[in-house]
Design a protein around this ligand. Structure first.
Ligand SMILES: NC(=O)c1ccc[n+]([C@@H]2O[C@H](COP(=O)([O-])OP(=O)(O)OC[C@H]3O[C@@H](n4cnc5c(N)ncnc54)[C@H](O)[C@@H]3O)[C@@H](O)[C@H]2O)c1
Length: 270
């Protein structure tokens, strides 16, 4: 990997990666629709709107790998999700194919499978069960990954990211927290491991309360350094201040499930 493009450079994860990936690859090209506030003079940044194909074609030129973080990162109105995450993700994969990019690491989300209940442990063979329009867009991105991998030979790793933060901040996050260093480890597996074809990994650090069987990532050598339970006391103290929400507490996706919910709990216990 000589040149790696990272979209979503101005966002929360992008801003962390601008520090954590420094020196890992010879050339890093950062892109976003918004210029990062803290852009350093030695960083290469190219502004682009993912929803505009000609702009996406420009940013993918000459890169071997892409870390695709750019998009709308929470639940939102359909038009917003459609442009940033559906059209934007299609443009990214299609432009990558045309430019003969070798690999993509796609930032998927736990919200692609948020409607599984917390008492179930799911692996990557569980059908997607999105909990939001946002989650649907991530499932769409995973489908694009399979299509471009099997039809066009791109190598893709989809990371179903839990929550990237310095520490888990509540009870739910004790099950899904991803330490920034472990995200870097997963990205590097996606960009460098010789056997990547089209993989799905859960983006989670070690957890005594895990909901996900992450053996697909372990098979590729992932060894998380973070351990959520080390932060349990603080996370559970913070949890005590959160108002009760029986639907959010039942499902893995939390409030993404309870927002706009009118499906009936009795029909969706499993
Ligand atoms: N933060 C997490 O814990 C988490 C969890 C699961 C998945 N993810 C996914 O990881 C990625 C990064 O997350 P984040 O927390 O840094 O999100 P973020 O919202 O902080 O950053 C997303 C970035 O994408 C950019 N963007 C939005 N629309 C764009 C467009 N049309 N063209 C170009 N850029 C556009 C935004 O300007 C923003 O800087 C997202 O795809 C998100 O869905 C994050």
């Amino acid at each position: 990997m000589q040149t790696v493009l990272v979209t979503g450079a101005a966002g929360g994860i992008g801003s962390r990666l601008r520090k954590l990936l420094k020196g890992v690859y010879p050339n890093l090209r950062w892109s976003d629709v918004k210029v990062p506030d803290d852009l350093a003079p030695d960083e290469t940044f190219v502004k682009a709107d993912l929803a505009v194909m000609s702009e996406v074609e420009t940013i993918v030129q000459g890169v071997q790998g892409i870390v695709h973080l750019g998009g709308f990162s929470v639940e939102g109105p359909w038009d917003t999700i459609l442009n940033a995450n559906i059209v934007g993700c299609y443009n990214l994969f299609e432009a990558a194919r045309r430019a003969k990019v070798e690999r993509i690491v796609f930032a998927s989300s736990n919200h692609a499978v948020g409607f599984y209940p917390r008492h179930r442990t799911i692996g990557i063979d569980a059908p997607v069960r999105p909990d939001s329009r946002y989650g649907v867009s991530k499932a769409f991105g995973e489908a694009l990954a399979q299509f471009y991998a099997y039809k066009h030979g791109l190598r893709v790793a989809c990371l179903r990211i839990g929550n990237v933060a310095d520490a888990p901040v509540d009870k739910r996050r004790l099950s899904i927290w991803l330490a920034p260093a472990d995200l870097v480890q997963l990205i590097r597996i996606g960009l460098e491991h010789p056997d990547i074809r089209c993989e799905i990994f859960y983006g989670a650090s070690g957890s005594a309360r895990a909901w996900w069987d992450n053996s697909s990532a372990f098979r590729f050598g992932y060894r998380p350094s973070g351990y959520a339970e080390n932060h349990a006391a603080a996370a559970l103290a913070a949890e005590a201040k959160i108002p009760p929400d029986s639907i959010a507490e039942w499902y893995q996706g939390g409030t993404y499930c309870s927002d706009e919910f009118d499906g009936g709990m009795e029909r969706s216990q499993n």
